[in-house]
Design a protein around this ligand. Structure first.
Ligand code: 13P
Ligand code: SF4
Length: 368
């Protein structure tokens, strides 16, 4: 029995003094002590010092599937808040989901909230019969209450790896899609499916009726929420041009959260898992320019160096996801050692009514 009940959670302050290697040794000891009662999930954007402790790593879709399948008592999510919420929604009631640092949010997810989305739905409802004509689709990078909104209104969740199949599903049911919070993922995916740009409009959530006329709304097939990722918006088409001038034989691969112009200039566009797989399967000696988060790009460069593959980061400025970076070995160890002492810190729980509606939107996605 490793648990020893104490009254007060162990204080995070005492962990700030530990270096990463001290943390690593103690994390390994806790993992050994908790055995299969513990599952550590790690998103690809996690820093290496945390990522190496993950039992399962993956993109949002893979990690949400893993959370649904897990039997572990404790799921410690090294990722961001919306991912831990999904793990809580999909896991069983007796399972406990922990986010080592509660400040690990997602600035894109914060660009849409329930008040704004419900207002948009009402305003669209003044022009259209929304329940018959519009499917709400939320990117998994969104708060649980927006997934619940989609669950209640016949909508669905998507990730960057299944957005195409989800849009096909949505359009097979209703004529229009309201897509939030990422404008770029929606546009890039729909355009790759052959939907012309004229069929898409951008909903500016700071303007009455999204800044659109009734006519624009009536004509649109895809209504894109004006949200974006602060990391992926840093990549610019001129970065690609400059790189290809220097290395004309190189390949360019980008995440679909990058802008339309960047994705159009990229040879390949896809989720983090897709990027990893494409570079892994590429011929030795190939050269890659990669438009996604820095920690993943650095890991890929390291992993494939011995095969003679050169992997470059797209932006000249350092742009990593600062909220993913909040999870450090010190917070991870703090959360784990509290568990050993019978204390749960930073538990993520989605209220039941919301979780049920969100689960139905997530299940629709997972069944596809
Ligand atoms: P993936 O779905 O590719 O894991 O991306 C999640 C994310 O937050 C990208 O910025
Ligand atoms: Fe959110 Fe962008 Fe960070 Fe992904 S990279 S978690 S979209 S802020």
């Amino acid at each position: 029995m490793v648990a020893r009940a104490i009254d007060i959670p162990i204080d995070i302050q005492s962990y700030a003094r530990l270096d990463d290697e001290q943390c690593a040794a103690r994390i390994r000891a806790v993992k050994a002590a908790l055995g299969d009662r513990l599952l550590i999930l790690g998103h690809h954007y996690q820093r290496e010092e945390v990522f190496r402790h993950a039992d399962v790593s993956g993109d949002s879709l893979k990690l949400s599937r893993q959370a649904a399948r897990s039997r572990a008592r404790y799921i410690v999510f090294c990722g961001v808040h919306f991912m831990a919420e999904v793990a809580d929604i999909l896991s069983r009631p007796e399972q406990v989901v922990i986010l080592p640092d509660l400040a690990a949010g997602c600035s894109m997810a914060d660009m849409a909230d329930r008040v704004k989305v419900e207002r948009a739905w009402r305003e669209l409802g003044a022009v259209l019969d929304v329940e018959r004509e519009v499917t709400p689709v939320t990117y998994i990078n969104s708060a649980a209450d927006l997934k619940a909104f989609c669950g209640r209104h016949g909508g669905i969740v998507c990730t960057s790896s299944n957005a195409r199949a989800i849009l096909e599903w949505a359009w097979a049911r209703r004529e229009k899609v309201l897509f939030f919070p990422d404008e770029h993922l929606g546009r890039n995916t729909a355009h790759a499916m052959g939907v012309p740009l004229e069929d898409m409009v951008v909903w500016d959530f700071n303007q009455p009726r999204g800044g659109l006329s009734r006519e624009q709304i009536r004509r649109a097939r895809l209504i894109l929420w004006k949200g974006f990722c602060s990391v992926h918006q840093m990549f610019r088409p001129e970065h690609i041009d400059r790189f290809l001038e220097r290395y004309p034989e190189a390949r360019v691969i980008s995440h679909p959260e990058a802008s339309f112009e960047v994705c159009r200039k990229s040879h390949y566009v896809g989720s983090t898992e897709y990027i990893i797989r494409t570079i892994a399967e590429a011929e030795p000696g190939s050269r890659w320019l990669v438009g996604t988060e820095l920690n993943l790009v650095k890991r890929l460069a390291e992993r494939h160096r011995h095969e003679g593959k050169a992997v470059h980061f797209m932006s000249p400025t350092i742009c990593m996801c600062s909220t993913m970076f909040r999870i450090d070995p010190q917070h991870l160890l703090w959360a784990l050692e509290n568990l050993v002492h019978g204390q749960v810190v930073n538990r993520i729980t989605v209220p039941q009514a919301e979780a049920e509606a969100a689960r139905s939107a997530l299940q629709r996605m997972l069944e596809l």
